[in-house]
Ligand binder design. Structure first.
Ligand SMILES: *Cc1c(COP(=O)(O)O)cnc(C)c1O
Ligand code: SF4
Length: 458
């Protein structure tokens, strides 16, 4: 544009594209200002207070009755009852930050992508898939020491902590993460030095391990001195060449990156020390919908970018949240706009109490096709199925066979578990009435699996 705001006149060849309208640039249209004042409970909160990570933590809602009280007057009574019924059945405890609450569209809470992720509604529950187990990824079965999963040849997953700044309804680790609920008594993965020592000893004793995912739970909940200790112990191991801190936090509380200077400095110091040693330390986060990305998220990402911290995003494909071409496309473009590389989109694991959020492999494949080619390859997420039973992440296009009628897909993972076959199961309510009837009959289950196995491998 020139000084007068007009587009410059240029000589256009026959291949010139017309300039796009503003709707094509919606990904740059980030919510800003004091949007939280729409919530009666935060109407008097100024920006400095709202940006204070301590205020966000202190005012995070962790009890259903508190949450329901905060919603009084905002939503109809019937909705409140529905959410109360949801909490009684949910495998995850409640934990919602004020920032997150104020991003929900309370005029239409039922369809809101953030409500769907964090607040269960009793009326939406679907029965779990009969093939679902509580640790569907076999993270515990593949763990040589508690909280360390060594499944792939050269990388391991280290669950350092079992708490998060928020709790997602669809958490893959509902077997361990968060407080016990009416439905689930959790495996303990508390941040204990003795447990960490066992994991560090194991990592140091396996020369093939070059890459560690430091996860949980959530790195946001690690104290600054823990970030320093974990970071330095890994950097000091000659076999370790790279690791990542994994945190949902950026998506639900950018305030921490913006105002917790001690924590931020601890993180940046580890990244910088790694860089000087020729090792990469990255930060992996978890945005699932474009409406989670505000001007405050961009400021947080800008602060990380300015310090040279690579941020990658791992989204989960969620029904009603990001399962349309429009919502997924907008998410990917907005992520790229704020310098969070869209790395993965996961097919939703078979998780207890979250059946209403799962989609089919066919949906994932359709979205993968739509997204590929839209933007830079390095900003194009790989759509993966984490094969139940410990097969690891497989590109969604790479199944051996897929029976769309029964929703069974067949996977192999030669570099992870050679010779083994893995199955993923589409949510039953998305299948034809005939296939639903077969799933209702346990005698049919093995027959359907055998049919899928008999399909020609592609
Ligand atoms: C996802 C995962 C990793 C890291 O895999 P990348 O594909 O490198 O992101 C490592 N270990 C386990 C058990 C995992 O689930
Ligand atoms: S932030 Fe991650 S680990 Fe924590 S509850 Fe959500 S999905 Fe689970």
């Amino acid at each position: 544009m020139n000084d007068t705001g007009e587009l410059p006149v240029i000589q256009e060849g026959p291949a010139a594209r017309p300039p796009v309208g503003p709707e094509a640039l919606e990904h740059r249209n980030l919510l800003d200002g004091d949007f939280w004042r729409r919530i009666p409970a935060y109407a008097g909160v100024d920006e400095a207070t709202f940006l204070d990570h301590r205020w966000q933590m202190k005012n995070t809602i962790t009890r259903p009755d508190k949450l329901l009280a905060a919603l009084q007057g905002l939503v109809p009574e019937a909705f409140i009852h529905d959410v109360a019924a949801g909490f009684a059945r949910a495998p995850m405890a409640v934990r919602v930050s004020p920032y997150l609450l104020s991003l929900i569209d309370w005029e239409q809470p039922e369809a809101d992508p953030l409500r769907i992720q964090f607040l269960p509604m009793g009326s939406k529950f679907l029965p779990d898939h009969p093939k679902l187990g509580l640790d569907s990824l076999h993270e515990q079965a593949d763990a040589p020491v508690p909280g360390l999963t060594h499944r792939y040849p050269d990388k391991a997953l280290f669950l350092v902590i079992d708490t998060c700044p928020v709790y997602c309804r669809f958490c893959t680790r509902s077997y361990a993460v968060g407080l016990d609920t009416d439905q689930v008594e959790k495996v303990s993965l508390k941040p204990k030095k003795e447990r960490w020592d066992l994991a560090f000893d194991y990592i140091a004793s396996r020369p093939e391990l070059e890459d560690i995912v430091v996860s949980g739970g959530d790195a946001y909940n690690l104290r600054a001195d823990w970030i320093t200790e974990i970071g330095n112990r890994l950097l000091d191991m000659p076999n370790i060449r790279r690791f990542r801190f994994a945190s949902k936090g950026l998506a639900v509380m950018p305030q921490k990156v913006l105002t917790d200077d001690e924590w931020f400095k601890a993180l940046v110091d580890v990244v910088e020390r790694g860089r000087k040693m020729g090792k990469e330390v990255a930060f992996h986060t978890h945005f699932n919908h474009a409406s989670e990305i505000t001007a405050y998220s961009k400021r947080a990402l800008d602060r990380l970018f300015a310090e040279g911290v690579t941020v990658r995003n791992q989204a989960v494909l969620l029904r009603g949240v990001n399962d349309t071409v429009e919502s997924m496309t907008l998410l990917v473009k907005r992520l790229a706009w704020i310098n969070a590389h869209p790395y993965y989109v996961y097919q939703h694991d078979l998780v207890q109490g979250a059946e209403d959020m799962r989609t089919t492999v066919h949906t994932a494949k359709t979205l993968a096709q739509a997204v590929r080619g839209m933007t830079a390859g390095f900003n194009t997420p790989l759509f993966v199925v984490d094969a139940p039973g410990g097969g690891g992440k497989r590109g969604v296009h790479s199944y051996d066979a897929y029976d769309r009628e029964t929703g069974i897909s067949v996977w192999r993972a030669p570099s992870v578990k050679p010779g083994q076959v893995f199955f993923y199961f589409d949510p039953i309510d998305q299948l034809s009435p005939e296939a639903q009837a077969r799933w209702a009959d346990p005698a049919e289950h093995q027959r359907m699996i055998d049919e899928a196995l008999a399909l020609p491998a592609r």
